[in-house]
Design a binder for this molecule. Structure first.
Ligand code: GLC
Length: 752
């Protein structure tokens, strides 16, 4: 074989020389280093050269965010980094606190709820590309994001990191993000798989949910990401069917790796691994963050004590377990390495570039949702003096909120953004209320002094006084990244605005006719004052360019085109979660033997089933404050008659078109939504479900036809008994709308 190779390479050389090409020297190293070889060949060759100890070392962390490579073979270690909105500051070897580098201040991109609110998959591709460039530039191989857990409760502390209440919207937005990240030789690690829909008791809640709900609501975005080529998935902290989700036979082996054929790596959430035998057999590939503080506590707590470290090796050496699972884990991890740090593409990445800031600004502005604009108060015009009120006009929001917290190179506040956008206008500021004067997370500080001596009453009085003589009053408040706000580790305890903000808004509404309320949050909030406020904007945590994005919309430089990715109910009581069993769960008879004692595992039942978000409110005819998919523009749009490509279909493939015209005087974008209803279904189904959308940009007077393609899948529900998707013959209606509650036309067709 060797001689044959020699002869063939000589022939190659001769051939090349004869046609005057410099001979491309055939690679003469080991196959796993030959970048011309297919990925799987390199993986198998590397695997064949590794010892058992080296394979086991791949499967668990060696530091807070890295796992071992194979130094003997020149295979690099794997470096992970948070998070979904930007590249986390470098931390000390085994600490959460930052290492104090001077070269890791990043671009903070908008929260993924803002991206979802843009309803623009091409923007998701841009987002993934630029955040992937920052990860690659910082030499990170795995980006621990995006998060796609469904927005089940408005109280969930991490909804700001996710993509709303509808599985179809989240599915369409997650794929381009993943592909953008991975185009930089960086793995996206889609999280938190699965059923991690709250922060309360997240480490020890066992979720019970029927199969139909699991497949129709909570799995689709993860399935779409896997079908879109995601290279990593993060197991979640909670339990499902009594098994911890970081090593869960049902979710990881049966569904993810079985039904979906996932060929990537399952990474645990940090501290989500509890048992060696289950970690070996139930689909986990890489263990991170187990309850140890690594090398500083000696052998009893070093990384060697990880569940997939010494305990795993001992089981193999004693013959208690074989190496079949180990080879599968190692194969998947090598595949990850050859897709990232050892990819033949050698991408370099970029960091805090003008293009990255431009992307952050664009995504932010496109995600902002205009909820009210009576009398066309907005965009701001003919203003000489503007009063800006509210802590969120000045408070840095990139620091805090949990693992998505960032050390941003800069963060333009809403107040600064407005001042920069309106240089000739006198813009005065009043605090209005005191929220969270803090500003530190994991050693990253905002450097802001938000201390305040005035009483709440005085703050309101000062704001009301300052409003006199102003042409506009812009109130900028909402939630923040503090505990029990929009933050990891705990859910909100109130649906309404905190810190007495309602009183401030009421006082300003009573004082000034041109009051604009800007709500910055990652969750819906109660708005008892909504009828007394002429203009209302749903803003999000927009990162480095927050002030520029908001000013672009308020001044009209950008015509708002965002649509709500989740429903704003009037009150929590209107929602589907009525009992403690549904949320946050009740103590069961199982215990978690944690390192701080035995903790009763909460039993939580998603008894509302598929009736989540608008599916719930519409099934109960409960009018929300603002519906899913709702958002206004500075222009208006008219919809023509929707048309269907055929009246009868045998395979469900039908296209639906509708002409849309910009009937206003400024260019704008409209998100046209297509909902499917199955009025003849043999099972209970929602009134309608989002199964298509497209965003269209129109000049004044311009008309374009928007078309979406439906498939059998668009018509199907999940039949748990048959464990299959079923589209029943009969009539289907397609409702075309500007929001879930603003249907502009309906067409029907029959599935034979
Ligand atoms: C956290 C989060 C997860 C994050 C990880 C590393 O607890 O749940 O989203 O990526 O640990 O910080």
């Amino acid at each position: 074989m060797k001689n044959l190779n020699l002869a063939s390479s000589a022939l190659l050389v001769a051939l090349a020389l004869s046609c005057g090409q410099p001979a491309k020297k055939a690679f003469d190293g080991p196959a796993y280093l030959d970048e011309s070889l297919p990925l799987e060949e390199r993986v198998e060759d590397a695997l064949s050269r590794m010892t058992t100890e080296e394979k086991v070392a791949l499967t668990h962390a060696q530091s807070k965010f890295s796992s071992a490579g194979v130094p003997r073979l020149g295979i690099p270690e794997v470096w992970c980094t948070d998070g979904p909105h930007g590249i986390r500051a470098e931390v000390l070897w085994d600490e959460w606190d930052q290492a104090g580098w001077t070269s890791d201040s990043c671009t903070a991109f908008p929260a993924l709820t803002a991206l979802a609110a843009s309803w623009d998959p091409s923007l998701a591709g841009l987002y993934g590309t630029v955040i992937g460039e920052e990860a690659r530039y910082r030499k990170k191989d795995v980006l621990l994001g995006p998060g796609v857990n469904i927005y089940r409760s408005p109280l969930n502390g991490r909804n700001f990191e996710y993509m709303g209440e509808d599985p179809f919207l989240a599915s369409r937005m997650v794929v381009p993000y993943v592909q953008g990240v991975q185009s930089n030789n960086v793995a996206a690690c889609v999280k938190h798989y699965a059923l991690n829909n709250q922060e309360t008791a997240r480490f020890f809640t066992n979720v019970t949910v029927d199969d139909r709900t699991l497949y129709e609501i909570y799995l689709p975005a993860f399935k779409a990401a896997v079908e879109g080529g995601a290279w990593a998935i993060m197991g979640s902290y909670n339990l499902y069917k009594g098994q911890w989700n970081c090593h869960n036979q049902y979710l990881l082996n049966d569904i993810l790796k079985g039904e979906w054929g996932f060929d990537g790596v399952v990474i645990s959430d940090w501290g989500g691994v509890h048992d060696t035998d289950q970690a070996i057999t139930n689909g986990l590939d890489m263990e991170f963050g187990s309850w140890t503080n690594g090398l500083t506590m000696g052998m009893t707590n070093a990384y060697d004590s990880y569940f997939l470290a010494a305990p795993y090796l001992d089981r193999i050496r004693s013959g208690k377990v074989g190496v079949t699972e180990l080879d599968d884990k190692a194969r998947r991890i090598l595949r990850l390495i050859f897709r990232t740090s050892m990819s033949p593409e050698h991408k370099r990445g970029k960091f805090t570039s003008p293009e990255h800031y431009a992307a952050a600004r664009k995504i932010g502005a496109e995600g902002i949702v205009l909820l009210k604009n009576e009398g066309d108060v907005l965009p701001i015009k003919d203003a000489r003096k503007i009063l800006v009120v509210g802590e969120n006009a000045v408070k840095m929001m990139t620091v805090g909120g949990g693992s998505s917290s960032l050390k941003a190179q800069h963060e333009v506040s809403p107040l600064d953004g407005l001042r920069e956008a309106l240089p000739g206008v006198e813009i005065v500021y009043e605090r209005g209320y005191v929220g969270d004067a803090g500003g530190e997370y994991n050693g990253v500080t905002t450097g802001q002094d938000l201390s305040e001596k005035r009483s709440a009453a005085q703050l309101i009085a000062d704001a009301v006084k300052a409003a006199q003589g102003a042409d506009y009053v812009i109130y900028i408040g909402g939630l923040n990244k503090s505990d029990h706000q929009d933050a990891e580790g705990a859910d909100r305890e109130l649906y309404g605005l905190p810190y007495g903000q309602d009183a401030v808004i009421e006082a300003l509404a009573a004082t000034h006719p041109k009051l604009v309320v800007v709500n910055i949050s990652g969750n819906a909030v109660a708005m008892p004052w909504v009828s007394r406020v002429p203009a209302l904007v749903q803003d999000w945590y927009l990162g480095s360019e927050a002030g520029h994005s908001l000013a672009d919309v308020l001044t009209g430089a950008v015509n708002p085109s965002g649509k709500l990715p989740f429903t704003f109910p009037v009150a929590m009581e209107d929602g589907p979660l009525k009992t403690a069993e549904q949320y946050p769960g009740v103590p069961g008879d199982r215990k978690w033997e944690s390192s701080f004692g035995a903790v009763p595992i909460l039993e939580e039942t998603y008894s509302e089933g598929i009736y989540v978000g608008y599916r719930w409110y519409e099934s109960k005819q409960i009018a929300p404050l603002f519906p899913f998919g709702y958002g206004l523009s500075y222009t208006t749009f008219a919809y023509g008659e929707p048309k269907v490509s055929k009246a009868v279909t045998t395979d469900g493939s039908v296209s639906v078109s509708v002409p849309v015209t910009n009937t206003g005087s400024v260019a704008g974008a409209e998100v046209v939504q297509f909902y499917v209803a199955d009025p003849e279904a043999s099972v209970d189904r929602p009134v309608k479900e989002l199964k298509g959308f497209d965003k269209v940009w129109l000049e004044p007077g311009e008309t374009k036809t928007v078309t979406v393609q439906l498939t059998r899948e668009s018509l199907s529900f999940f039949d748990a008994a048959r464990h299959a998707w079923v589209a029943e013959p009969g009539r289907f209606d397609v409702l075309v709308g500007a929001s879930s509650a603003d249907i502009r036309g309906t067409v029907s067709f029959e599935l034979k």
